[in-house]
Design a protein. Sequence first.
Length: 157
Amino acid sequence: MIEVKLIKPKRGLVDAKQLRQVIDAVYQETATGIRNDLRKATASWDTPVKIDIFRPPTGGFYIVVNSKIFELVDKGAKPHYITPVAARYLRFASDFKPKTKPRTLSSSSGGKSGEQVLAKKVRHPGFEGRQFLKTAQDKWQGTMVRRMNQRLEDLTR
């Protein structure tokens, strides 16, 4: 035998508009948090980095970073040779302290120091990518899911 039972929710069903507002709010908070973290990671750089949030009409968000330097630092570089292009010699400081570290979302003082060196060719040792985007994504993915679950739970109470 089949039994049919009416289950009536304690509260009315959530309408689509309320649901969309909750989702949009959590997306906006997450996107803003990621943008702020990326700004902290590049705050001490000499070259400003433009970081924007793009929200397509279909939902979700994109973090848009329009900077070749950011891309290079994020991905890293293999060892390579550098030769002068517009001069006879390269000129650079003998010491360098990075302003950022791999898999961290902060920056510190650092930069060039030491005596000036002239060379016709140098072998750059390369460097490990900082992975800012992956680090921010890893940090905020869980936070976004927890916030979304909490807000949806609050909405259905």
